[in-house]
Design a protein around this ligand. Structure first.
Ligand SMILES: *Cc1c(COP(=O)(O)O)cnc(C)c1O
Length: 236
């Protein structure tokens, strides 16, 4: 099989698995956005995915977004930043991205808000919360995430749209399930507490970016609205 055929086969399988997982929890597949994570592949593979109808792409390095978004400028694709953003790269990155999934400090939230105000284009963003209980993993503590939402009134250049999290990927679906469930409960609780503040900038905590190649079905059963899938798309 050619690389393109492998990607097509994998994509069909993943879409089917998304549908089965959604249906098994009373949801519809259309509620879940597949974000193709392309950090480990080249432009040809991205082009294959575009040809197959994929429109959402995730990269964890800002530089990769600059290059790739420019290359595929005419293709009407949406880029999602899913990795750490340094403040000095924010200004150059923001014009290329549809969603920042990885707001992981108050300082980057302030910088993004400043840029959103300056450009008069509020930036859709998710707070990345550390749900794995592993201090070496990325993401805000719950307390720090909550504090950012408490100050949302002064962050008018950001549209807070939801939360992002990664499970501990223990290969133990009971742990993963509990972690994803916890993120959903946080999202629901914070939408109740902060929803009216957030709506002033057009925000609302509706999105849950959770689930990768190894755990996306569990994530969907727990309410994921965006799955970030890389290796399962490209593995032969
Ligand atoms: C690489 C990456 C993914 C995709 O992981 P796979 O296991 O390859 O599906 C998802 N989210 C983030 C933040 C990543 O860095």
């Amino acid at each position: 099989m050619t690389t393109r055929e492998i990607i097509e086969r994998n994509l069909i399988r993943i879409r089917k698995r998304i549908e089965v997982a959604a249906n098994s929890s009373g949801r519809r597949a259309e509620e879940i956005r597949l974000v193709a994570v392309t950090k480990s592949v080249g432009l040809d593979q991205i082009q294959s995915l575009i040809d197959l109808g994929v429109r959402d792409f995730g990269e964890n390095r800002p530089q990769a977004i600059w290059e790739r978004a420019e290359h595929f400028q005419s293709a009407e694709v949406r880029w999602h930043l899913i990795g750490h953003l340094q403040r000095n790269k924010a200004k150059r990155t923001v014009p290329w991205v549809s969603f920042v999934h990885s707001v992981d400090s108050a300082r980057i939230a302030e910088e993004l808000s400043r840029i959103g105000i300056e450009t008069q284009r509020p930036i859709p963003a998710l707070l990345e919360v550390n749900i794995s209980g592993d201090a070496t993993k990325t993401g805000l503590s719950e307390n720090d995430a909550k504090e950012i939402l408490e100050s949302a009134e002064s962050l008018t250049g950001i549209q807070f749209r939801g939360l992002m999290g990664m499970s501990s990927l223990a290969g133990n679906s009971a742990d993963e399930k509990r972690e994803f469930q916890h993120l959903r409960e946080l999202r629901d609780a914070w939408q109740l507490s902060f929803g009216s503040k957030l709506s002033q900038n057009g925000g609302a905590l509706v999105e849950l970016s959770m689930g990768m190649s190894e755990d996306f079905e569990v994530a969907i059963e727990e309410g994921s609205t965006m799955v970030r899938i890389g290796s399962a798309l490209f593995a032969d």
